[in-house]
Design a protein around this ligand. Structure first.
Ligand SMILES: Nc1ncnc2c1ncn2[C@@H]1O[C@H](COP(=O)(O)OP(=O)(O)O)[C@@H](O)[C@H]1O
Ligand SMILES: [Mg+2]
Length: 225
């Protein structure tokens, strides 16, 4: 199997003016192409910190973070941003959609940033919104959408560039039980269609059960469940 994300011996501490908070300690992780993984763990154990390291938003104190076999800890910020936007998609608990832009414009944004033409960006975005049942909502602003719809738009935006891995940090934490399952099923379906990997940080055992692998974070490390 081709591993698309690999963390070797990663340690990370926050340092706020000399106040050191150790979070991750000698952590290893391998994620293979197309697999789905849940990460469980108590609040404050370091799950969001881990996703930030995978995305290169922060750099570990030691260890390697390989995305598609490239160690991003060795790269400068511009190159890291390029690797991130080419390979990874992110979904958060709160949708982070741009409030003055329509659903369509929000979804098209990553493609425009990558240099696709306006026509092609819009066409691809209409297609993905259509495929997730939002063709009647493309001209709506985020404020004119329900919570579940906003999260579906955020997922479409994260997947529009065909990332090799979607990283979702408590993506359903803000939704009721029915919408949570719908949003999760949508992520699983789209990821499966695109053969991209899915990593979901969650507190919800029902969601974890839908993933192929469940990892628990404890003591700065991940353990297979
Ligand atoms: N910017 C920061 N400065 C200092 N400590 C932080 C910062 N961000 C998070 N932490 C601490 O790091 C630990 C892990 O945080 P986080 O990764 O957000 O946990 P989780 O996502 O599992 O709830 C927590 O104890 C938190 O208080
Ligand atoms: Mg968190």
């Amino acid at each position: 199997m081709n591993s698309i994300i690999k963390l070797n011996n990663v340690s990370y501490s926050y340092n706020d003016n000399g106040l050191i908070t150790p979070v991750l300690q000698d952590l290893d992780l391998i994620i293979d192409q197309g697999e789905s993984v849940a990460i469980l763990g108590q609040s404050g154990c370091g799950k969001s910190t881990l996703l930030n390291l995978i995305g290169g938003m922060s750099t570990p104190d030691k260890g390697e973070v390989l995305i598609n076999n490239i160690d991003i800890t060795e790269l400068n910020e511009n190159k890291t941003t390029e690797i991130r936007s080419k390979n990874l998609g992110f979904v958060y608990q709160f949708h982070h959609l741009l409030k003055d832009f329509t659903a369509l414009d929000n979804v098209a944004m990553p493609l425009l940033i990558q240099g696709y033409s306006k026509t092609e960006s819009m066409q691809k975005s209409v297609e993905i919104l259509d495929s997730i049942g939002l063709s009647q909502r493309i001209d709506h602003l985020p404020a004119q959408l329900s919570g579940g719809e906003r999260q579906r738009v955020a997922i479409a935006r994260a997947l529009i560039t065909n990332p090799i891995c979607l990283l979702a940090d408590e993506p359903t934490g803000n939704l009721d039980a029915k919408n949570a399952i719908d949003v999760l099923d949508l992520m699983i379906k789209l990821n499966h269609n695109k053969n991209s990997a899915l990593v979901v940080v969650t507190h919800d055992e029902k969601i974890a059960k839908k993933m192929q692998r469940v990892l628990v974070m404890e003591g700065g490390k991940l353990n297979e469940c």
